[in-house]
Design a protein around this ligand. Structure first.
Ligand SMILES: *Cc1c(COP(=O)(O)O)cnc(C)c1O
Length: 380
């Protein structure tokens, strides 16, 4: 069986988790602080704040920016539903804008139409690890005086060309970037998330809000020779990452450059193997973007049936997934009026297939996927 994805977890991660357990400090502590420092340094961000997952990261971002009931947030429907849920969970309204059919990312050209006096933020998704057009998006956000939040759930290790420099996603280019460490992403802590920002005030808010609004972190109180009485300055949440997760995350982060390099090689090989297949469109990077290839998404011509192609591959032991979902087609968002023409989003979901991709994928496995797909498409 060739799976759709497979995390790279080995003795290093197991040892790190074991050491965290035996240290006696298992909730948010020194490992979390170290993971934050290392992640910030890796992406080139002044600040990073670790949290329980990317959904809570997005919610913290919105909370810290005071976005709530009555506010509208422009985003893509063509994303994992967590993006829309994070907005809805704040009492705000997601306003869905269509994607660019080439990159599957929000189309900056369609944003102006979706702006209203109630628009308070944009959440742009670096879908499947492919950077979105941050230059256009930051310009638009600045022009309208609203913050840009990057849903970088899938984009750890992806890069974008900004003024002739390759910079990592998370630097951050918008006000805040939010990452996920779910096992389907390129690095994992089981569950986990991270916010990066260049704004010290926002970072302070994240760190307050993620642990109940508590004025003094437990690590400080624990290490103090003086008695400290903490205060609870705002009504916060418990969105903490554990030290076991952070210890694993630090090892994953060490692997990240190599994981991305290997995924790029796998993607390049797919492009080589499938390049001349009639009726199949392959993903392509704009010249200003370098994906981490969290997913490899191919588009079928209209004459093929998505489900039966996927079923035939599954029958041959190859797992695939259909294109990224559209939130507006799911019951919680089906009645939303805040929606623009989403034709390309729907086509992307209905005509695309995600092929297996993981860092340790062998050439033999890739050949098998390519051959099965070729045979299937030849059947018509
Ligand atoms: C995975 C994902 C999320 C949610 O991440 P969790 O860590 O599982 O909460 C949000 N947005 C996008 C685009 C994702 O792919």
């Amino acid at each position: 069986m060739i799976p759709i994805a497979m995390p790279v977890l080995a003795e290093e991660e197991a040892d790190a988790a074991r050491a965290a357990v035996l240290s006696g400090w298992v909730s948010q502590g020194p490992q979390v602080a170290a993971f934050e420092r290392e992640f910030a340094a890796f992406v080139g961000a002044p600040f990073a704040c670790a949290v329980s997952n990317c959904t809570t990261a997005l919610q913290l971002a919105l909370t810290a920016l005071d976005i709530g009931p009555g506010d509208e947030v422009i985003t893509a429907s063509h994303s994992f539903i967590a993006t829309a849920n994070s907005i809805r969970n704040q009492g705000a309204v997601p306003v869905f804008v269509d994607v660019d059919p080439e990159t599957y990312n929000i189309d900056p050209g369609r944003l102006a139409d979706a702006m209203t006096p109630r628009t308070r933020a944009i959440i742009a998704v670096h879908q499947m690890g492919m950077p979105c057009d941050l230059e256009a998006l930051t310009m638009l956000a600045d022009r309208h005086g609203i913050p840009l939040i990057e849903d970088a759930a899938c984009a750890a290790g992806s890069e974008i060309l900004i003024k002739e420099n390759w910079e990592r996603i998370g630097r951050p280019h918008g006000r805040i970037a939010c990452f996920s460490f779910h096992p389907r992403k390129v690095i994992t802590t089981g569950e986990g998330g991270m916010l990066t920002t260049a704004d010290a005030g926002l970072d302070r808010k994240f760190k307050l809000l993620r642990q109940h609004g508590m004025s003094v972190p437990d690590t400080v109180r624990h290490g103090s020779a003086q008695v400290i009485f903490e205060e609870y300055l705002v009504s916060g949440y418990n969105y903490r990452m554990t030290d076991m997760q952070a210890a694993i995350g630090r090892k994953q982060l060490e692997r990240l450059p190599d994981l991305v390099a290997r995924r790029r090689a796998v993607a390049a090989r797919y492009t080589e193997l499938l390049g001349n297949l009639e009726g199949l469109r392959l993903p392509a990077e704009p010249e200003w973007a370098r994906s981490n290839w969290q997913s490899y998404c191919v588009r079928l011509a209209n004459r093929f049936d998505q489900r039966s192609v996927m079923q035939s591959l599954l029958d041959k032991g190859i797992a695939t997934r259909r294109g990224i979902m559209c939130s507006h087609r799911e019951p919680p968002y089906a009645k939303a009026e805040q929606r623009h023409d989403l034709r390309h989003s729907e086509l992307a979901q209905d005509r695309s297939i995600l092929l297996p991709i993981y860092a340790q994928m062998s050439e033999t496995e890739q050949l098998r996927v390519a051959e099965c797909l070729r045979a299937e498409l030849a059947r018509g």
